[in-house]
Design a protein around this ligand. Structure first.
Ligand SMILES: [Zn+2]
Ligand SMILES: [Zn+2]
Length: 336
């Protein structure tokens, strides 16, 4: 018997991607009875599902964020282990995006579909590296799915920050970072670059950073920003969520150099619009080269593209001889 066409058993529903023979959704946008979650970002891991299957680290992140609402029944599945749901085998493979992030590897009657979730290919000291899995259908994100997006080496971006700090010892350096992943990665990269001073954290970043430490990711000394005297922040690095940057709040800092760590900082107008003086192109998503190399590596006949700039990647994959199509799923943010 030949393998069933993938679109007959995995498809879009109003709640997101649905695997019919397994009767579960992947990263559903509204509560469902059974959810498999790729990673802890808010547009992928939502609260209120009944059963949740995810890596142990993703479950810990969801519990930290949602408490009881993380799900009525939480089932951790380590990378590489398998469970079955109906006639479907489910395995999680590292996605290299944030701590706990996973690709969902599904097998049904001899055909294999990989749902990448969000991913990147370059090394990240805070999470396991992306593990390419050969498959029949690869469902890829495309957040930075345009040839213009080529992320520079992250060590170079961190050097820019340290260089500015050396140049302006009287100024604080305020870096916009998302609370899950980017904050901890910037800390780890600073430590890799040899920076040993304490880094000050906005209150919204503390819980998840502590959780990373509990889960075994060493990030060096951090201190809460609240209650620290203005003077004490001269020549210091302060991390804060992007939403706090433009705040009156930031004016409490001594003459801050405003920086932001994001793949979007590649776009000059975006940095300008956010009042960012020192853009740092540090992304947790694959850039164009990583996306196209990954498509070749997993050797899938068919590529489904979602989550971002779908057309350019579909066009590229089609030109390379793959069957490719856009899988426009609602509810995902242009995150980072
Ligand atoms: Zn994400
Ligand atoms: Zn995402």
């Amino acid at each position: 018997m030949s393998a069933p066409r993938p679109e007959t058993w995995i498809r879009k529903s109003s709640a997101g991607l649905y695997c019919e023979p397994g009767d579960f959704h992947i990263d559903p946008v509204r509560p469902v009875p059974r959810a498999v979650i790729t990673h802890g970002h808010g547009d992928h891991a939502r609260s209120g599902n009944e059963q949740v299957l995810a890596t142990p680290d993703t479950i810990a992140i969801m519990q930290e964020r949602y408490g009881e609402a993380a799900g009525a029944s939480l089932q951790p599945l380590a990378y590489g282990e398998t469970v079955t749901a109906g006639d479907v085998t489910v395995r999680l493979a590292p996605a290299g995006h944030v701590l706990g992030s996973a690709q969902i590897v599904l097998e049904y009657r001899g055909s294999r579909v990989v749902v990448s979730g969000d991913y990147k290919r370059r090394p990240d000291p805070t999470c396991a590296p992306f593990d390419p899995c050969t498959c029949d259908v690869f469902i890829t994100e495309a957040t930075f799915g345009l040839p213009v997006f080529r992320h520079p080496p992250d060590a170079r971006e961190i050097d820019k920050l340290l260089h500015s700090l050396a140049l302006f010892p009287e100024r604080s350096h305020l870096v916009g970072v998302y609370a899950l992943g980017k904050c901890q990665r910037v800390l780890a990269l600073l430590r890799q670059a040899g920076y040993k001073e304490p880094v000050y954290l906005h209150g919204a970043l503390i819980k998840l950073t502590e959780l990373y430490e509990i889960l075994g990711v060493r990030l060096g000394p951090v201190l809460p920003l609240s209650g620290v005297a203005r003077e004490a922040l001269k020549g210091r690095i302060v991390l804060a969520p992007p939403s706090a940057i433009a705040d009156i709040w930031s004016r409490r800092l001594p003459d801050p150099v405003v920086a932001m760590a994001s793949g979007w900082m590649r776009v000059r107008q975006r940095a300008k619009a956010r009042g960012v003086e020192l853009p740092l192109v540090i992304s947790d998503h694959a850039d164009w080269d990583e996306l196209t190399a990954t498509i070749d590596e997993v050797a899938a006949e068919e590529i489904w593209v979602t989550h971002g700039r779908e057309e350019a990647l579909v066009h590229h994959a089609t030109k390379q001889g793959y069957r490719a199509r856009a899988l426009t799923l609602a509810g995902f943010e242009e995150d980072e």
